[in-house]
Design a protein around this ligand. Structure first.
Ligand SMILES: Cc1cc2nc3c(=O)[nH]c(=O)nc-3n(C[C@H](O)[C@H](O)[C@H](O)COP(=O)(O)OP(=O)(O)OC[C@H]3O[C@@H](n4cnc5c(N)ncnc54)[C@H](O)[C@@H]3O)c2cc1C
Length: 564
């Protein structure tokens, strides 16, 4: 039975940063991932990472922009930690080998991003995530004597002891189908987001809410789950992301009248208002008949106004995406986009060291909600979140491990998970297919838990999710083998997605106001008196999740009307 001081589930940016920090603190580490680490979703991150590194910038300005971007739902103590530690983190990345763009003076070049009052986004063309992920992976190799890598292992459950302390996990070796108990003094969940709950999504197929639901099932509250980010520029046809870096470089949004309509909605920031504001503006134009493309369901993103040389240098990936996935040369003609599901602001509730209310269990990155994003995440703040809170979790978990003895685990949870997998594989083909249920879930969520919401739509979505949860219990798969049986893992992931989706819907129903990414057409105003608080959802057996509230931490910025 493998045992480690710190076990990290997830090898994207949050997981790898946590692993590096824990290894540097001198403890034994395991890092586990259901895909090869450099295929983690972080590899897709494009536009950059925010940090007040310029001599004319200040971390407090970054923090204020983040608080305002969050629509005053973000916890300001956590935002202060993230923004004040950002410059050192970005310089650290530079020093370990991330080849950030430099300007003609040899300084880090910074690009404009939405909701930021100055240019503060460091970048590597439009492959920033890939650049950072590969450097971290390389750095981890230096610690190969103390860091064990479990690549293509799928965590099925967390293990809690009788006192409710997390002592490890059960995982399946995807290549062989063997199951194993992993024991650890501390577990860090770094298993990413939940985009696959929506169809389409900009997120990778692996973003299936695994860690979010594993923590929820272990009794950890999920916070801010109603806050789902729709990114303003995803391809009309298939939901692929066109980075905000394009607007940062100067691209325009145009409606069917050829107007730069953002003038009406955010006259000061135009296309670079926060994402919730731009997505709502686009959807309003579309709903009011000023959309473009088939059925008027899109908006033009005009990148031709950016000098071609600059586009080819700084936006080279989206040049390829435009050609390959929309048949458009973005240096010559506008491309059709629309708002599309992109990010989950909510997740596993943690403190600023990544600790959850379950002793021994930490969470960092998109799986977590320390609440630095509140109602709306600013572009380029997620990579920062993964690295700052990944590092802090790694350091904290390592320190905690030093004063502990190794716990012991029996095989109870393993036997349960093995039996569940056997039951799924053995199901008769009388129910629905797993993929059919996933499709219906995605379509319903994208219709009713999207840019605009209302009571009736959310109630309907909730009824559908409850029905799908029932149907999932008998959903069948085709592959009955053990080697690389992705089918059976898909069935397990469907269960994770349905639990997390229910929390999103229930929280969105509960919040009877409009704030950040939650716009309720039946409650169109922000209502600080009643709703400036976090909504938490906790497991309640098979029943609808229990709702409870927690206060928003305010340090120096009192809520004010948000205008861009
Ligand atoms: C197209 C795109 C572009 C983006 N661009 C930017 C950007 O420019 N700037 C920015 O700040 N943000 C950006 N984001 C957001 C950002 O990329 C993500 O929020 C961030 O990378 C998430 O990192 P993570 O480490 O939390 O999770 P991930 O990178 O998603 O990693 C999750 C890890 O968990 C593992 N895992 C999951 N479930 C299991 C399981 N059951 N068992 C074992 N392992 C498991 C996975 O294998 C993976 O290793 C972008 C997002 C998208 C979709």
């Amino acid at each position: 039975m493998p045992s480690h001081d710190v076990l990290i589930i997830g090898a994207g940016l949050a997981g790898q940063r946590a692993a590096l920090a824990a290894a540097q603190a001198g403890v034994t580490v395991a890092i586990m991932s259901k895909v090869h680490p450099v295929r983690s979703h972080s590899v897709a991150a494009a536009g950059g990472i925010n940090a007040a590194v310029s001599v004319t910038d200040d971390w407090r300005s970054h923090a204020y922009d983040t608080v305002k971007g969050s629509d005053f739902l973000g916890d300001q103590d956590a935002i202060e930690v993230m923004c004040s530690e950002a410059p050192a983190e970005v310089m650290h990345l530079e020093h370990i080998g991330v080849t950030f763009h430099r300007n003609d003076d040899g300084l880090l070049d910074l690009r404009a991003f939405g909701g930021a009052s100055v240019k503060r986004t460091a970048y590597v063309a439009d492959i920033t995530g890939q650049a950072i992920l590969h450097v971290l992976y390389e750095q981890l190799m230096k610690h190969s004597d103390t860091v064990d890598r479990y690549e293509e292992w799928f965590t099925t459950s967390l293990i809690l002891d009788d006192e409710g302390t997390c002592t490890g996990c059960v995982a399946r070796n995807i290549r062989t189908g063997d199951m194993e108990v992993f024991t650890a003094k501390n577990v860090i969940l770094a298993s990413g987001g939940a985009g696959q709950i929506w169809k389409p999504s900009t997120n990778a197929l692996i973003c299936t809410a695994d860690g979010i639901t594993q923590a929820y099932r272990a009794g950890v509250p999920l916070m801010d789950m109603e806050m789902i980010q729709y990114h303003p520029t995803t391809l009309l046809e298939n939901g692929f992301l066109i980075t905000e870096g394009a607007r940062g470089e100067g691209a325009h949004l145009l409606n069917s009248e050829g107007e730069r309509f953002m003038e009406k909605y955010a006259p000061n920031k135009m296309e670079l208002a926060s994402r919730d504001v731009v997505s709502r503006a686009e959807q309003t134009e579309i709903n009011e008949g000023r959309g473009v493309g088939e059925d008027g369901a899109g908006i033009y993103l005009d990148i031709t106004v950016v000098p071609k040389k600059r586009t080819l240098e700084a936006l080279r990936e989206i040049v390829n995406i435009g050609k390959d996935f929309a048949g458009v040369d973005i240096t010559k003609e506008p491309i059709l986009i629309r708002p599309g599901q992109h990010y989950i602001m909510g997740g596993v509730k943690t403190d600023v060291d990544g600790a959850t209310p379950v002793p021994g269990l930490y969470a960092a990155g998109e799986v977590a909600c320390v609440s630095v994003h509140g109602g709306n995440r600013l572009g380029a703040n997620s990579l920062l979140d993964t690295l700052i809170f990944g590092r802090r979790s790694g350091e904290h978990a390592a320190e905690r491990a030093k004063s502990m003895t190794m716990p012991t685990n029996d095989r109870t949870q393993l036997l349960k998970d093995e039996a569940e997998i056997k039951e799924i594989i053995g199901r008769p083909k009388t129910g629905r297919r797993v993929s059919e249920i996933k499709d219906e879930l995605g379509t319903v969520m994208n219709r009713y838990v999207a840019v605009f919401r209302d009571e009736a739509g959310l109630q309907h979505a909730h009824e559908v999710v409850r029905r799908l949860k029932e149907e999932a219990k008998s959903a069948y798969i085709d592959d009955q083998g053990t080697v690389f049986n992705q089918d059976v893992l898909g069935a397990i992931e469907l269960g994770y997605m349905l639990d997390a989706a229910e929390c999103c819907v229930v929280a969105a129903l509960e919040r009877k106001e409009s704030r950040g990414a939650q716009f309720r057409t039946d409650f169109p105003e922000r209502n600080d008196d009643e709703w400036q608080k976090h909504i938490n959802t906790s497991i309640n057996g098979d029943d609808v999740p229990t709702i409870h509230y927690s206060p928003v931490t305010i340090t120096q910025w009192q809520p004010e009307e948000r205008k861009y």
